[in-house]
Structure formats: C-alpha cells, structure tokens
Design a protein around this ligand. Structure first.
Ligand code: PMP
Length: 352
C-alpha cells in the first residue's frame, strides 16, 4: 500500500536509498554499517564522499569551504555559529520559530540586532525592508521557514559574512551558494535521517573571536580532524551520502528544482483555485518545500480529513502554531503524491 508522506521532517527519502541503506545494515562490507569503526577505511571513504558530494552539489568545491557532519541537530548550530563567529554584535532576520530560537541562543554571546521580524503577523511573510549594520560580525538568515511555509526567494546582498540555516530547503534549488560564508542544515529533510547536521563553512571565517571555544563546539577542531574528532553519526552520514548520490544520478539540483517547482505550482494552483481553501503565507514568499493552507470553513474539516486519510496521505496536519494543513514536498516526494492530494481537494469541493 503506497503512503503519500507529506511529513515536515523526518520525512520521505528516496525509495532507492531505503533499499541500499537496509542492505548495508545487514551487509556493508561483510560487516553491518552499524558495527564498523568510524575510522575504518570503508567508512572514511563514505565520509569523504558525503563531504565532497555536498560541496559539489552546491558548486563550492575548491572554493575555500569545508563540509562537516556533526551531531546535535540544527539547534546546536544556533549556539555554535554564535560561539565561533560572534565577537561583539550580530544581525538576525527573524522569519520564524527557528530564527527566533537562533536569536535566543546567540544573545548569550553578544549584542543581537534583529533587523526585521514578521513575528507580529505569525510569520506569514518575509520582511524585505531592512538595513543590516555593516559593522556586525555576521548576518543570520533562515532560508526556508518550515513551520510557516515561507521561503527567501533571493539571497540578501550584504558586505558582512552571511550565515544561513538551510535545514529545510538545502539541495532543493539553485542559489549562488558562494554568497554564503556558513550554511548549516539538519539532515532530516532533503539529505537523510535525523542524527547528522551538515555544516559548510568558509575556513577564512574562523579563528577571529577572542573567547575560548570548547573543543566539541569549535569548528576548527572538527575541520582539523575531518569531522572525526569524536565518533560521528555513522549511519545518518552513510544514508546522507546515498541521498546525495541519488540526487547526482537524477540530474542534481537543476533537475530537482524543476520537479520541486512543478509540485509547488500544482498545490498552490489548487489552493488558489479551490474556493474551500486559503493559503497561509504571503503569495510572493510561498515555500516550495512546505505549503501551508487551511479550510475557509472548519465545517468541512471532518470530511476533508476523512478523504485524505482514505487516500493514504500521511503527515498533512499543520504545526500547532499555524493550524490547518502543511504539505511538505521535499526532494524525494513524487509529483504523483501531490496530484493525489490535489484530487482529494477537488473531491471535497464536489461534495461540499
Ligand atoms: N531550523 C529549521 C529551519 C528547521 O526546520 C528545524 C527543524 N525542523 C530546525 C532548525 C531544528 O533542527 P533540529 O531538530 O535538527 O535541531
């Protein structure tokens, strides 16, 4: 029975990756991937491949960047970025719950200038008119706001280092990634299972703060040990490598971006056409990864919920801070699943 998985993360990954990953649990190199040493030759090769594929997909090979696979989730990066980069003051764009949490963590390390916020509008848009102080140590943005379904469509032009939480849209679209000095992303959307966090950092950004940084929280420690300072999350990194290979074999970011645009056009087209529904996010800021919407009249809720459940759709309920529905359409979600959802929305219209 096929289940259409619209979950916000952890989420759907390519079926091929599930097949290969499960094979490796039983037999990776004679041993299970779960029982080999992270320092074994075969795993070192996995780590190197995952790092080089991540940089290659983003067009950052040989451009002074390092790719690290760390533990602690994207949430750890809220504090690690500040620990490593914030000397006096930093600028943040507050576009959602995750930006807000990043700001909260960074406040322990210096002055935080919130250049703009859409908090008062429950983050249903991306603020655009703001000034970034030129003397800040860095500017932090969140490229895709998973909960609210908004996405930055362009990379802000700044003349200070740009730090980006790309957890929920990394590897989904082309951007000029050289404009970023540090990118971080929890694996559990477009890259792999929960448990690994990708950090891509421009090396010349580091070593500029005067405070002592504990070894485990210091990017330079992890760079100097090629992401093997301590035992890295071996299996999540292996599955991330498989997903990055899958992406490469399927035409890379260029091809996946086209597919993602098609999926987004299909769902937003129906949200706008169907009188029973309304979108949550400002149209120009709509995320291609997470489409947030609701019924205009809650009286249809039971009928709609029954219909999508009967269609084997899973993970469609909105986050509690937004309500309604959220269709997360990460790289591995096929267009066919979005079509099933759209058909259900049309069926509700016929019945209403
Ligand atoms: N940033 C964004 C944009 C997210 O969507 C999430 C989690 N969904 C996080 C940060 C936090 O990630 P983690 O749970 O890996 O700490």
């Amino acid at each position: 029975m096929k289940i259409h998985n619209f979950s916000a993360g952890p989420c759907i990954l390519p079926q091929d990756v599930f097949q290969q990953a499960s094979k490796a649990v039983l037999d990776f190199n004679g041993l299970s991937i779960l029982e080999i040493s992270h320092r074994s030759k075969d795993f070192v090769a996995v780590m190197e491949k995952a790092q080089s594929l991540a940089l290659e997909h983003l067009g950052l090979t040989n451009k002074g960047y390092k790719a690290l696979f760390l533990g602690g989730g994207a949430s750890m990066q809220f504090l690690m970025t500040a620990y490593n980069l914030l000397e006096k003051k930093a600028a943040y764009l507050n576009t959602g719950t995750w930006s807000d949490k990043a700001i909260k963590e960074a406040k322990a390390f210096g002055d935080i200038i919130e250049v703009a916020s859409s908090k008062d509008a429950n983050y249903n848009f991306i603020p655009k008119d703001y000034q970034v102080p030129t003397d800040a140590d860095y500017f932090h943005i969140t490229s895709n706001n998973t909960i609210f379904g908004t996405q930055l469509k362009t990379v802000p032009q700044v003349n200070i280092p740009l730090v980006c939480d790309m957890s929920s849209d990394i590897f989904s679209r082309q951007l000029d990634f050289t404009k970023f000095d540090l990118i971080y992303a929890g694996a559990q959307k477009n890259m792999g299972p929960a448990g690994a966090t990708l950090v891509i950092v421009k090396e010349d950004l580091l070593g500029k703060v005067t405070r002592h940084i504990p070894s485990m929280l210091n990017y330079q420690t992890h760079i100097s040990k090629d992401s093997m300072f301590n035992t890295p999350p071996v299996f999540p990194i292996y599955v991330s490598m498989l997903t990055l290979e899958w992406l490469k074999n399927n035409g890379g970011i260029d091809a996946i971006e086209k597919a993602n645009n098609e999926k987004a056009a299909l769902i937003y087209g129906e949200i706008d056409r169907n009188e029973l529904f309304q979108g949550f996010a400002a149209v120009e800021d709509r995320s291609n990864m997470n489409a947030t919407f609701s019924l205009k009249d809650e009286a249809h809720k039971e009928a709609f919920d029954n219909l999508w459940n009967a269609a084997n759709i899973s993970g469609l309920n909105g986050h509690r801070s937004v309500g309604g529905y959220r269709a997360s359409m990460y790289n591995a979600l096929p267009l066919e699943s979005v079509q099933v959802l759209v058909d259900v929305m049309k069926e509700l219209e016929k019945k209403a």
